[in-house]
Design a protein around this ligand. Sequence first.
Ligand SMILES: CC(C)(COP(=O)(O)OP(=O)(O)OC[C@H]1O[C@@H](n2cnc3c(N)ncnc32)[C@H](O)[C@@H]1OP(=O)(O)O)[C@@H](O)C(=O)NCCC(=O)NCCS
Length: 297
Amino acid sequence: MAAPDVVLRPMRPEDLPEVVTLRNEGFLELDRRTLPRSAPEPQPAGDDDNRNWTERTGFVLHHDPRGCWVAEADDQLLGFATSSVRELTWMLHTFVVLPRAQGRGIGRALLEAAMAHGEGCLRGMLSASLDPAAARRYRLAGFSLHPQMMLTGSLDRALLPVVEKVREGTPADIDLMNSIDRQLRGSAHGVDHEWLTTHARLVVSDTTTGSGYAYLHPAGGAQLLAATNRRTAARLLWECLAATPHGRSLTQAHVTAANEWAIDVGVAARLALAPAGYLALRGMKPPAPYLHHGVFG
Ligand SMILES: CC(C)(COP(=O)(O)OP(=O)(O)OC[C@H]1O[C@@H](n2cnc3c(N)ncnc32)[C@H](O)[C@@H]1OP(=O)(O)O)[C@@H](O)C(=O)NCCC(=O)NCCS
């Protein structure tokens, strides 16, 4: 390892308060460095976001303790990586090193430790930031980098179509969702659906011609969407867009080129299209029709 004073060890639940502070510092600095000048001034994460992120990371740590690592020197955390294995897919959740400690090989060591949790997996998946250092690490670790886009803007409700054949989802839909996941991405989300069904609104479309589901983002759009055909996927995305709180500008993230149906929905809704990081994959192609979750893949 490049920095001899730095020790790697498994993350512990009592690290979470320091880990969330580290995450905030790293990503705020990243936003200041990479967001376009036209974007609003980056702000520190709010209390709700921090609480939600901490709870979700505690959930990952509980299910995948061997996938979560911290780098420490002089009793201070300098970086961490959290990851999980679902069936035969390894997923990286969050990966960050304090700005003052970057470029010394700590990120590389953390990524290797987290990836060891996925030894024996056939596939790997992660949603990468705009940081060129991260893209370099992922490519050197054998990932293919698929550019992803986002759709942003204020919704003109006059453009919303009537959406039919979509109903509210419940935990009773988890078997159906796991089966759609396996068709599209090789592995089910499994316990991640237990987390998501208790933390997000779920909508489902299940007809004789196609099935799909979407978890809505509280600020608008879908945080995860999967369907067996494009028509069902588009229907679900329109439902998610329609649920955007009135007067709020929305961001639909994680659209890859393999998902032109989503670009077409965004274009019809007069949202603006822009590049936004990568979907990094090993052993699989970009899933479609699918809008991946930023953390659960
Ligand atoms: C990504 C991150 C975790 C890497 O941690 P790190 O400790 O800096 O990683 P390393 O030092 O092991 O490796 C960084 C590599 O990128 C290179 N690098 C640094 N800045 C770069 C730049 N602007 N362009 C290209 N390469 C760059 C470094 O030289 C190094 O490569 P090398 O080891 O082959 O010389 C860290 O930079 C970070 O926290 N970034 C902000 C948060 C983020 O984007 N996380 C990833 C989310 S998907």
